[in-house]
Design a protein around this ligand. Structure first.
Ligand SMILES: C[S@@+](CC[C@H](N)C(=O)[O-])C[C@H]1O[C@@H](n2cnc3c(N)ncnc32)[C@H](O)[C@@H]1O
Length: 335
């Protein structure tokens, strides 16, 4: 082939080693390297001694973190860059370490992608982190909470719930959105339907936020739980990616049935464009969910809007959250 006509192999070279970068970040976070540097610069030997690591290997990891932009080095001493100090130090209010710990826990599952593609089975049974394993369940709920606190900064201002009184938060996880929305809109009360193991941890978080009077957690399976009636808002956040298209349609129909006329259905998730391939992150997110939930995958927001229209919702709109958040929110009103 004429070399000038050859396609550029750069993406292949880049992606075949991209996991090096992920693992360097995840390992540094797991070792609490950024916390150790939170009070100022230290040498690699000091870090190795403090964290009980091998000095030569620690220096290699820290130099890789310099290359990735999380540390800077001057005179053999290392310190956190502003991005690490803001997001990777546990005492920072914007700490993302628990969220990326969840990615860390899924690293081994991604190594079993071929197996899942062959068998159609998730590499990690969802029950593991939704109740069966208490430590993983707690880590999952904490990660969802930390993530929701970040996403809520964009999502909450997009929702006008003034005058609304009752909200059903289906698969509400840590209840973070219910806590923040009922705080922002006084008079709004929320009921969160969650699996018992997750709900137990969520109750602690809701109580710690002082929101126990306005946010109630109900143990239940959202496929069979009674959604009640007379709701003003139904929130379905981050759960369609665990469900088949048919299950999503049924959940939307049940949301319509429990809402008052004029009530809002808010569906927030990672969605693809029509066709399911773009953005690439969303298509990859479908694989992540395939690896971690029996019916896990990803849907297109255009499909969700169509299902909502078929269930009697109107004034439908879809909006992306600002980058780097990959989420989109679809909102419709019961006609
Ligand atoms: C990705 S989390 C999203 C949590 C929350 N809505 C948020 O956006 O932060 C999905 C939630 O759905 C819950 N879930 C999954 N299957 C469920 C079921 N059958 N019944 C009730 N909750 C379920 C999980 O426990 C988990 O908390």
């Amino acid at each position: 082939m004429n070399p000038a006509a050859m396609p550029d192999p750069t993406p292949i070279v880049r992606l075949s080693t991209a996991y090096w970068e992920s693992q360097a970040l995840l390992t540094a976070n797991r070792l609490r390297l950024f916390d150790f540097l939170a009070d100022g610069a230290r040498s690699a030997d000091e870090v190795a001694a403090g964290l009980q690591l091998d000095p030569r290997s620690t220096a290699l990891l820290m130099r890789a973190c310099v290359g990735l932009g999380f540390l800077c080095e001057s005179g053999q001493r290392f310190e956190n860059t502003p991005v690490a100090a803001t997001f990777l130090v546990s005492r920072s209010p914007a700490f993302m370490g628990n969220v990326i710990r969840y990615s860390d826990q899924l690293y081994a599952a991604w190594g079993r992608l071929e197996e899942s593609v062959r068998s159609g089975q998730p590499a990690v049974p969802a029950q593991t982190y939704l109740g069966d394993d208490p430590a993983r369940t707690r880590a999952f709920v904490q990660a969802m909470h930390d993530r929701a606190l970040g996403i809520a900064r964009a999502l909450v201002p997009m929702l006008d719930l003034s005058g609304r009184r009752t909200m059903l938060d289906v698969g509400g996880g840590p209840g973070t959105y219910s806590v923040l929305l009922t705080e922002r809109f006084p008079g709004l009360h929320a009921e969160v339907i969650e699996l018992p193991g997750v709900a137990a941890v969520a109750r602690e978080l809701v109580a710690a936020a002082g929101a126990g009077k306005r946010v109630q957690l109900r143990d239940g399976d959202y496929h069979s739980a009674d959604f009640g009636s007379g709701k003003d808002v139904v929130l379905m956040s981050g759960m369609f990616h665990r469900e088949t298209a048919q299950a999503c349609r049924t959940l939307i129909e049940r949301a319509a049935a429990c809402l008052n006329p004029g009530g809002l259905l808010v569906v927030s998730d990672v969605f693809t464009d029509e066709g399911g391939c773009q953005p690439a992150f969303a298509a990859l997110f479908g694989l992540n969910m395939m690896l971690t939930a029996a019916d896990g995958g990803v849907h297109a927001d255009a499909d969700v809007m169509q299902w909502m229209a078929e269930s009697g919702f109107h004034r439908l709109r879809a909006a992306p959250l600002p980058p780097p958040m990959p989420h989109r929110v679809v909102i419709g009103e019961k006609a």
